[in-house]
Design a protein around this ligand. Sequence first.
Ligand SMILES: [Zn+2]
Length: 429
Amino acid sequence: MERSVGERAKKPRRKGAIRSRITALEETNGEYRTKDAPNPTESRGYRVRKVERHEKGNGSGEMDRKPNPYRRRRRRLFILVLAVAAVTVLAVVIFVHGSNKGTAALNSVQAGSGNSHSVDVQSLLKKGIRPNELGMVMILEYHRIAATEGSFTRSIGNFKRDLETLYAKGYRLIKYSDFLSGHINTPAGTTPVIFTFDDSTVSQFRYIDQGGKKVIDPNCAVGMMEAFYHKHPDFGCTAVFSYLPSLFEQPGMGKEKVEYLASHGFEFADHTVSHIPLGKLSDQDVQKEIGASISNMKSIDPNVKVDTLCLPDGVMPKNHDLMFHGSYNGATYNMKWVLLVGSNPLYPQYHYKNPGAELPRIQAMDYDPQTGKGTDGSGYWLAYFDTHPEQRFISDGDPSTICAPGYMQPRLLSGRLPKGVYFAGYEQR
Ligand SMILES: [Zn+2]
């Protein structure tokens, strides 16, 4: 009695039959057949006959043919080949679909959320922009600005040149707090850079009298930054001032300057009250240095956020915990960040190589490749990123995505991304 196809399918299979069949497969002229099956030509002929039979079929699914010892094996082999072909086609479709997305509006994922977002990577790639928001960023460190260059002093001429050089090389100022929180909003193709000024000297922010009117000195850091910003608004105008009690050294103007800076997008860091290297002090005095400095700022402007300690001379206290938590005069303090002195760029906080809470900075200084002078400074690192562009942070212009070549995704700490910000990977070509 002949079995219907359905009955045949229901027949219990010998345990291990599929495995032995697969291991018995060998490739012949691009087709698979079992070792004991007839040659591929016969196999192909069988399939043609089968199709003809279905076309002429009586609807019962009955197979009206003579018994054939190879028929069952051939049929199973055919189904296996069909299944392999189907899986292959499916895989190709998925791959092509994925590639298209990779070069067009590449899909993005915030790991673990299941949400998606897209950024138009294709149009950026067409413009030659290869976003890498898992690259490195520089926090530059300035001290005094003066007529002539010197130790911890940037000349007025060199400061202006720094602004021009950074702008020309595609760097754009970003708020320190935005960079740390992962809210990175710089134009597509540019690299964020952060300015910090230590010691709140008058050379950083000076008021002068001009015809009976008080104006910002065009040759102090704030004056030069604002003038450059008016010429190039896309460069940005922001910085962190690590303040001492002298607050820019013009008596009676400290409060006014703090309020001006706070209302113009600048930020502040606690640089202690005496600028003594904290490693030399007792635990009690360390807390006094930090705590009293915060109290000073709060008495001037209670709205100014102070969550960063800028270490005098870059020296840590013996008890490192006191950089972050302590109390003075009945008030506790809690810092989130510590600014170091020198001497390398850093990865964003959502990169697995982030520096944690202790943030390295780069002195603004020139580099002389002949003598090696200034290898810790900005001149060296600017040259480094010119020759290692793949290490440099390149923005996608969209603050809601962190965009980078897809292979970099394992470097991402998705839990450190701000709410509503997603990773967008794209394929390299
Ligand atoms: Zn200092």
